[in-house]
Design a protein around this ligand. Structure first.
Ligand code: SF4
Length: 247
């Protein structure tokens, strides 16, 4: 589709969890992954009813410009996977940077480094990069795809000195044991110059109802981690010198 149009699922104007300050969050349609804990399965495919123009999205964001300067917020693209529509993101963010509005991309990082992606990266101030799993086989079992592109994308962000918040969903018996957290810390150490924060997201089942409504079978058999376990994981990562946000 032309870069002036995008498949958009929804827009939230007072987001507080997708980057610094209060955010204008645009949730894009389509995603290359099928995470077993996804709480937005309704974003997975195209929805022609959600097509929006670049001008309409840009002019709507502009209404909040003064508010963003006041609260240190900005615009975040999320999804689904916004970099599947990187041409639109690049054009939108170029215009937002001309207005000095902070820009963030919430991504699973599963993308080829195309010219459009490079341009979107150029105009992005902050990446919220989801690490689903560091073991290839477990990543495939959890998302349907391997983690190679995500790790290559992180390397590209490193080469381009882009600020990153690493996001990790903590699922008991999957991404919560000490060995896994040690591996995560190794990754953080490798890219420490660009890692601004680590965000730990305790697994929850809030998406399960949506799966049912869409006629999908929710197969992940897990319970949310305990607050005590989350606290220990947080302390372990903080001891390694990283700032941790715990949702
Ligand atoms: S990457 Fe995000 S939107 Fe896509 S399937 Fe996973 S949790 Fe859902």
């Amino acid at each position: 589709m032309d870069n002036n149009l995008a498949y958009i699922h929804s827009i939230v104007t007072g987001g507080t969890v997708d980057g610094p300050g209060v955010r204008y969050v645009i949730f894009f349609q389509m995603c290359p992954f099928r995470c077993k804990y996804c709480h937005n399965p309704d974003t997975w495919t195209k929805n022609v009813l959600g097509i929006k123009t670049l001008d309409s999205v840009f002019s709507d964001i502009l209404k909040y410009k003064n508010f963003f300067s006041f609260c240190g917020g900005g615009a975040t693209v999320s999804g689904g996977e916004p970099l599947l529509q990187a041409g639109f993101v690049a054009e939108l963010f170029k215009k937002l940077k001309e207005e000095k509005i902070h820009t963030a991309v919430d991504t699973c990082g599963y993308t080829d480094i195309t010219e459009q992606v490079k341009k979107a990266v150029k105009y992005t101030d902050l990446f919220l990069l989801d690490i689903k799993h560091l073991d290839t086989d477990k990543h495939i079992a959890l998302t349907g795809k391997d983690n190679k592109k995500t790790l290559e994308f992180l390397q590209y962000l490193y080469k381009n000195n882009k600020k990153v918040w690493i996001r990790q969903v903590v699922v008991p018996n999957l991404t919560d044991d000490d060995n896994y957290i040690d591996e995560l810390i190794s990754l953080l150490n490798k890219y420490s110059p660009i890692i601004d924060k680590v965000e730990l997201l305790p697994y929850h089942k809030m998406g399960e109802e949506k799966w049912k409504k869409l006629g999908l079978k929710y197969e992940l058999n897990a319970e949310p981690p305990s607050p005590e376990r989350m606290k220990l994981i947080r302390q372990k990562i903080e001891k390694s010198g990283f700032e941790v946000l715990l949702s």
